[in-house]
Design a protein around this ligand. Structure first.
Ligand code: MN
Length: 485
């Protein structure tokens, strides 16, 4: 059997039944990309295409089976690493796929240099450059596979990529509601980012798991029987062990006292509808004493990223506390896959969540996804065009400055520092000398040239769009005019 047929079989196996697509186009993308990557190899000696592009495409099929996305995944490194251009891709596969590949290539620029102050801006930059949620999904699948093969890279690179994944990629996946991918990315990166902490956390969890195992089995059987008696069918019940990285973060908050962590192991109960969720909670509380203050109703009040479930923690009766999570299949799929989930579900409660800590941009993204997911063309319309009014540019040191679109190099100068603004005489965009009125676009690297003699004039007011720059220039001109009279 050739590798191509193995791949197509795998893709076919992952395809949800309700999607009716022949794999012809995917097969074409396979041949095209394989040919273009010919002669390229990865650090581990594997052929680039089968060693990377193919597994990324399989990850896409696992995250969100979509013909266009799978093709784009097979082709995702062509613009960056081969002679193939955007226009060739457009000719061969159409504008939609070509634009996705181009978007992924643009994201190659993003590098986290360890400055925590700029993490939020980097995340925003990432989404704004991506323009399309599908590009973010592609980039996440790409990162997933890069993390799986991290062992072949030099140590410094391993650490940088691992930290970047934890600081930028996992939080983005989280805000897009892709819970499963958050755990995957964090747990793959964790041993490289913080090796000692990883080892310590791993030891703790394996000893806890061993201790609790027979109790969990017993509770599992009990709940299964109780719910069968009540509902007349056997709800799906899964054991969920907390991800290592998220456990580590919690252990740090609890001064490494593992007994204070109640959600180390959870049983996930999936019942048919919302009424049964509450009913199941009652049945469980009737049988086991709940830990006070641990009942959480994320169905009535979802998390900001749309997560919905009932949570409770029960005393098992033999010294353990076990978390139980109850949800419907639709909630479960959304909690695991977020914007990438195929099924939409109607729920007016989704609009209500407590959102104090979430950012406006992700609010928009979420609202957008909730509205759009109700329609059949779930991913195609998930464009992030609400970012069109912001641009994100870099200082030469790699700090990100967030500006309204239409901003000039002079707006940038004032945004960095008033003094730099007042004495700006010119600047460079991506290494090229430009005048003060030059407009910026997302991703530009901007440097300001100052001159002690340089100072604001009336014309400067026309160069700027940010109110802070305009205000500072106005005040300056007023004072100067007074001094002259
Ligand atoms: Mn790649």
């Amino acid at each position: 059997m050739t590798k191509k047929s193995t791949f197509l079989k795998e893709i076919e196996k992952l395809k949800p039944d309700f999607i009716e697509v022949k794999l012809d186009k995917i097969a074409l993308a396979y041949d095209f990309a394989k040919q273009a990557h010919k002669g390229q190899y990865r650090e581990n000696g594997q052929e680039y295409f089968v060693g990377h592009s193919v597994p990324v495409a399989i990850h896409i099929a696992e995250i969100s089976w979509d013909e266009t996305l799978i093709c784009a995944a097979l082709l995702h490194d062509l613009i960056e690493d081969t002679e193939v251009t955007y226009s060739i891709l457009t000719k061969e596969f159409g504008k939609d796929i070509a634009t996705l590949v181009e978007g992924v290539s643009k994201l190659g620029k993003l590098k986290y240099q360890g400055n925590e102050r700029h993490v939020e801006s980097l995340r925003k930059f990432f989404v704004s450059i991506a323009q399309d949620v599908r590009v973010v999904i592609l980039k996440l699948a790409d990162r997933w596979h890069n993390l799986e093969t991290l062992q072949y890279l030099p140590v410094e690179k391993q650490q940088r990529i691992a930290l970047e994944s934890i600081m930028i990629y996992a939080p983005l996946a989280s805000r897009m509601g892709m819970g499963k991918l958050v755990t995957i990315i964090n747990d793959l990166a964790f041993p490289y980012a913080y090796p000692a902490e990883y080892a310590r956390t791993k030891t703790i969890i394996s000893s806890q798991l061993k201790k609790a195992d027979s109790t969990i089995q017993k509770i599992y059987r009990n709940i299964a029987t109780e719910l069968y008696n009540a509902f007349g069918y056997s709800p799906q019940i899964n054991k969920r062990v907390k991800g290592l990285y998220s456990l580590y973060k919690k252990l740090e908050r609890k001064n490494w006292i593992v007994d204070e962590i109640y959600d180390l192991i959870a049983l996930r109960v999936i019942v048919n509808n919302v009424a049964e969720c509450y009913q199941a909670l009652g049945i469980i509380h009737n049988k086991w004493k709940p830990v006070p203050g641990r009942v959480k109703d994320y169905i009535a009040v979802p998390k900001p990223n749309g997560y919905q479930s009932l949570h409770t923690a029960i005393f098992t009766g033999d010294g353990f506390i076990l978390e139980i999570q109850i949800r419907t299949p639709q909630m479960h799929e959304f909690n695991e896959s977020g914007v990438a989930s195929h099924h939409s579900y109607k729920n007016s409660h989704l609009q209500k969540g407590p959102n104090k800590e979430s950012f406006a941009w992700i609010e928009q993204l979420r609202e957008f996804q909730n509205n759009e997911l109700r329609t059949a063309t779930y991913l195609k319309r998930l464009r992030t065009d609400f970012f069109q009014d912001r641009i994100f540019v870099f200082t030469p040191r790699g700090d990100v400055i967030d500006l309204p679109s239409g901003a000039s190099i002079l707006d940038f100068a004032y945004a960095v520092h008033s003094d730099i603004g007042f004495h700006a005489s010119g600047g460079k965009i991506n290494g090229k000398y430009v005048g003060l009125k030059s407009k910026l676009s997302s991703g530009d690297i901007v440097e300001i040239i100052t001159n002690k003699k340089s100072k604001p004039s009336d014309k400067w007011l026309e160069y700027c769009v940010t109110s802070s720059a305009i205000g500072k220039i106005r005040r300056y001109l007023k004072v100067e005019a007074k001094d002259l009279t």
